[in-house]
Design a protein around this ligand. Sequence first.
Ligand code: NAD
Length: 254
Amino acid sequence: MSSEFQDKVVLVTGAGSGIGRAAAQAFAAQGALVYAGDLNAEGLEETQGLITAAGGQVQIARIDVSDEADIAGLAARIDREIGRLDAAFNNAGITGPTHLIEDYPLEAFDRVIAINLRSVFLGMKHQIPLMKRAGSGAIVNTASVAAITGPGAMSAYAASKHGVLGLTRVAAMENAAHGVRVNALAPGWTETPMVVANSAQNPAFAELAKKAIPAKRGGQPAELADAAVWLAGPHASYVFGQLIVVDGGMTIGG
Ligand code: NAD
């Protein structure tokens, strides 16, 4: 096992499930002290149990990523307890309902934007000062293939993820000279608990979706986690402001 994150402090949001949990486990397996944030306390405790059982180090924080007080509070806690933040994976997100634009409820639109996009703005707003102060750091924001495509009925989701890409590029520009790298990760169809549950409810759709992916299968959370860890780590030291697409080839056919 490599120890690229030995003595490093890494914040992961959405760490109570899916890609965030797998990333928290992967960072911890490489030696990081992980601060795992999520709204779901039960999920967080499960993640904590998995990491601890594997001999890793983790602290948990129940936060709402769309709430500035929660985000600022977690950054301040890390600063107080450790005095340093080496990497952050701003990953929590929701899909939101599916409707045509003319039927999309404004409240639902605003909620998706708050949880998927405002969260990334707030995360970086409070993470960057710690990293700039140290003269180094890496941030990875979870976008989606919906950052580069326009899936029908998912206006709020696609807008939020296009926004994550824009914020990532701006933050990369603003901070490259300060030793802080900012990049985005674009998962395709990834078999997290939510996707697996939806597939069980609608197996015919799931089969069709998988057939449309050149790799003929969904991604595993651990495969996305590996990409996030690479982006946040020393082997990506010259990668700035990029969107890394991990989608089994889903978007290559145009
Ligand atoms: P998931 O539902 O398994 O995990 C998301 C986690 O975010 C959950 O633990 C949830 O409690 C948490 N969360 C939701 N709202 C929150 C809030 N307001 N504050 C704090 N935590 C909150 O989903 P996942 O598939 O692991 O998704 C992770 C990220 O990957 C999301 O940003 C999602 O949009 C993105 N993504 C997923 C897929 C996929 O196919 N699974 C594809 C593209 C992008």
